[in-house]
Design a protein around this ligand. Structure first.
Ligand SMILES: N[C@@H](CCC(=O)N[C@@H](CS)C(=O)NCC(=O)O)C(=O)O
Length: 211
């Protein structure tokens, strides 16, 4: 059985969501963040990269959300929720599977800006954030105006990758869902998924962690 090493309030809630979508059993091990919000020492021992999520599957230890999601879908679910190179939406799928790089990079720039708002590089970082987010917001709105989901009409791992980033996307880009009607409708569609709701109850940011 797959073990999910879940760090509270972290990207590992994506893995719980996937397992609930697939209806597969899993063992959930919860790790509490320290008072300074960083991960606890016992998480470091799981994998040299020490980033959440980490899973164990048949003696193999894996990290990186996109890797973990694809691994589970291909090895346990016949590729369900993935898109293969022979399908027309393959390049869209790849784009959104890797979008986390953009979202996290910009979010860290936003945090650095908050820590030093009057610094020498602050105007440059502000301009960069504005320009990059304007493009990504336009891309989200266009994609979700054309299709119900990010990689076409079907729900895929790409959706499970990007939805986690929404809080960061909105915070660091300075918009709210009210400014992004197609994205808002999409988020409402996702929020109505029973597996999403269940996963968020179990492991989402508002979930009550075990003692
Ligand atoms: N690209 C990685 C990013 C993982 C990552 O940054 N995870 C955060 C949790 S959201 C983390 O491990 N933070 C705790 C820490 O660094 O102390 C992925 O998608 O898995």
């Amino acid at each position: 059985m797959i073990t999910i090493h879940h760090l509270g309030v972290s990207q590992s809630d994506r893995v719980v969501w996937l397992m609930e979508e697939l209806g597969l059993p899993y063992d959930l091990k919860w790790y509490h963040r320290k008072a300074n919000r960083l991960m606890p020492e016992d998480y470091f021992a799981l994998h040299p990269a020490a980033t959440a999520p980490v899973i164990e599957d048949d003696g193999r230890v894996l990290t990186e959300s996109a890797v973990v999601l694809e691994h589970i879908c291909h090895t346990h679910a016949n590729g369900r929720f993935t898109v293969s190179p022979d399908q027309p939406t393959y390049s869209d799928y790849l784009y959104w599977m890797h979008f986390n790089n953009n979202a996290l990079g910009l979010y860290f720039a936003y945090l650095a800006l908050g820590a030093n708002p009057a610094g020498e590089t602050a105007p440059l970082v502000k301009e960069l954030l504005h320009r990059r987010w304007s493009g990504y917001y336009a891309m989200l709105e266009q994609t979700l105006g054309d299709h119900d989901h990010l990689a076409g009409d079907d729900f895929t791992c790409a959706d499970m990758m990007v939805v986690y980033n929404f809080g960061n996307i909105l915070a660091s880009g300075g918009k709210t869902l009210a400014d992004l009607p197609n994205t808002k409708a999409y988020f409402q569609r996702i929020g109505a998924r029973p597996a999403y709701r269940k996963a968020m109850q179990i492991a989402g940011p508002e979930a009550t962690p075990p003692e």
